[in-house]
Design a protein around this ligand. Structure first.
Ligand SMILES: Cc1cc2nc3c(=O)[nH]c(=O)nc-3n(C[C@H](O)[C@H](O)[C@H](O)COP(=O)(O)OP(=O)(O)OC[C@H]3O[C@@H](n4cnc5c(N)ncnc54)[C@H](O)[C@@H]3O)c2cc1C
Length: 354
């Protein structure tokens, strides 16, 4: 097991925060796990993926564990499906590319999401109409306290919007080792996602070529949309959407619409916007917080020192690569406070603050 001490985490988090860490262990194989149990880790512990969804508020005076095992193996195959086990250290986009190259459907709309497979399950990643919870059959994890391995079914993972049991009740109890994904051998193109600003995935597909569309066409279309929305990670520090889109009652939505008439909203579990409240069954809807920050509050592109909200997408916090964790934390707090003052809705963080 590789061990580094007193290192900078700047290259280990996409917000580019230059926090330091006392102990950094790289887990390269299962034997390292038995070795790990013998080490007195002391202080606090944090499992780090690619750091695309974390904010290091200050130096981390504890132990960071990073898993780099990165095998993709086919477990079983039927006429319709293929089940694949991906190690937690597989780069998420490598799994997407692997599936698209093998014409296996299910995660192609989630192309280009930064990070590793383990964290994808922890944060129940989603994009453009697909969620990992829709295709994840289960996962294997290592329990820190007992040193035992445990298999979790998809249901046991407790997936919900950007959440799982590993971010809640089981936070810091398990190290996810691998995730099982069920792919469709006869992929159906999922191009329904649309937003007022970026149109639908279907529109972009049409602009780029003629049907029948392939999974590769979908990936190319989504990369095009993402480029117009997300900052270039070589230029900015960013963790993608820093905040979650809030869940509000239909009544609250009506009050918000008085402030921001064109605010987009969508059914809680869906990822596409709707134009008609009557088409939403539940009493609650998710609202596009970016619309409120942008059209209601004029916060899109607003900066304070080294931290800002991205000019093309107000939910995306960006840094110039020089910001401290404290500065980002203060800026994010201020945005949430102002948001609450504006529309009386809590703006929760999607990003894990450490
Ligand atoms: C430009 C940009 C665009 C993005 N777009 C999207 C998007 O479209 N959709 C979306 O859902 N997200 C998006 N994100 C957020 C981010 O990519 C995801 O949350 C991703 O899954 C984070 O992966 P990571 O490996 O970097 O995890 P990290 O940030 O390192 O960790 C995230 C959490 O998972 C825990 N964790 C990580 N690995 C393990 C493990 N093996 N076992 C146990 N716990 C673990 C960590 O402790 C932490 O709590 C975007 C981020 C960026 C920077």
């Amino acid at each position: 097991m590789k061990h580094l001490s007193n290192i900078s985490l700047k290259d280990h988090n996409t917000l580019k925060i230059n926090a330091s860490c006392s102990n950094f262990y790289v887990i390269e194989n299962k034997n390292d796990l038995s070795e790990m149990i013998k080490i007195n880790l002391g202080g606090s512990r944090h499992v780090l993926g690619a750091g695309a969804n974390v904010l290091f508020k200050s130096d981390f005076k504890g132990t960071i564990l990073q898993i780099v095992m990165n095998k993709i193996s086919v477990l079983k195959e039927s006429t319709k499906h293929v089940e694949v086990e991906a190690d937690a250290g597989v780069v998420w986009n490598d799994l997407v590319e692997w599936s698209v190259n093998n014409n296996l459907g299910g995660i192609e709309n989630m192309t280009s999401i930064p990070g590793l497979v383990g964290a994808a399950a922890v944060g129940n990643i989603a994009a453009y109409g697909q969620n990992i919870s829709d295709v994840c059959v289960g996962l294997t994890a290592y329990e820190f306290e007992t040193g035992r391995f445990k298999n979790f079914s998809s249901q046991e993972c407790g997936f919900s919007y950007r959440e799982s049991i590993f971010k809640n009740e089981l936070n810091d109890k398990y190290l996810i080792l691998s995730v099982i994904v069920r792919f469709n051998k006869n992929p159906e193109i999922n191009s329904e996602y649309w937003s007022k600003k970026h149109g639908s995935v279907g529109d972009v597909l049409k602009d780029n070529g003629k049907p029948p569309y392939t999974l590769r066409n979908v990936v190319d279309a989504i990369i095009k949309i993402r480029r117009s929305k997300f900052p270039d990670m070589n230029e900015f520090g960013t963790a993608g959407s820093f905040f979650k889109n809030p869940l509000v009652s239909k009544g609250e939505l009506e009050s918000i619409r008085k402030l921001v008439p064109n605010v987009q909203y969508y059914p809680v579990e869906a990822l596409h916007y709707v134009d008609n409240l009557l088409s939403v069954d539940s009493d609650f809807v998710k609202i596009a917080a970016g619309d409120i920050l942008d059209n209601g509050m004029g916060y899109k592109g607003k900066w304070s020192g080294n931290v800002g909200l991205y000019k093309n997408h107000a939910l995306v916090l960006v840094t110039n690569g020089e910001a401290t964790g404290e500065e980002v934390d203060e800026f994010a707090k201020k945005v949430s406070e102002d948001f609450y003052k504006f529309c009386s809705v809590n703006l929760e963080r999607e990003v894990v603050t450490i």
